[in-house]
Unconditional design. Structure first.
Length: 206
């Protein structure tokens, strides 16, 4: 068994959250290495590409969140073995990453520039991607994105939808997902009820 350490911000969300959830679902031991935003300037000096998440595997640091997701997904049995199903899973992982990459630049903005950037996300980016994800979900039965079972694709979408619904993104209505893609909300609720995931968040709330 590999010795694993996942390094990321001390938040319940973000780019490391799908990997955290996967390892909890798969009962894979790992060190959940969390730090504050104030500590990041120092932490990133020791990280490949000066960014996180970083998964340290037996002392080797590996970066890029979807590479990490695929690796821990395989360990946890949450990534397809069939090449075609793996492709479909990757499509979802990368689509959500597109959304994260578009939100990221707005996080440091202020004033009118900030409002305009978030409005563009609400008016253009989010509708396009949320409708795409909902269509993919419905085409595969409506319960899960891949192979009619829990996968990394579900965890990645789950984390995005929780974030969009959270109220933590200024100028993004918490009703947005329900308005544009209500099946993604139902999917999010379903994934939240997976016993290991419910247990994980209950523990975080204590």
């Amino acid at each position: 068994m590999h010795k694993l350490k996942l390094t990321y911000f001390d938040i319940d969300g973000g780019r490391a959250e799908p990997a955290r959830l996967a390892m909890h679902v798969g009962r894979i031991p790992f060190e959940d290495d969390r730090f504050t935003f104030a500590q990041f300037a120092e932490i990133k000096k020791a990280m490949p590409l000066a960014q996180v998440p970083v998964l340290t595997i037996d002392g080797l640091q590996v970066t890029q969140c979807n590479a990490i997701n695929r690796f821990v997904g395989k360990l946890a049995g949450l990534y397809p073995r069939d090449p075609f199903q793996a492709l479909l899973c990757d499509e979802i992982l990368e689509a959500v990453e597109d959304v994260d990459n578009r939100i990221g630049p707005t996080l440091g903005m202020q004033g009118e520039e900030f409002k305009r950037a978030r409005k563009a996300l609400v008016d253009e980016t989010f509708p396009r991607y949320l409708k795409f994800l909902q269509a993919r979900l419905l085409a595969r039965g409506g319960d899960f994105f891949i192979e009619n079972r829990l996968s990394m694709a579900d965890l990645k979408v789950f984390c995005l939808i929780r974030w969009l619904n959270s109220g933590l993104l200024d100028h993004v209505p918490t009703t947005l997902v329900e308005t544009l893609a209500p099946e993604l909300n139902r999917h999010c609720q379903r994934i939240a009820q997976v016993p290991e995931i419910a247990e994980y968040y209950a523990g975080r709330a204590e």
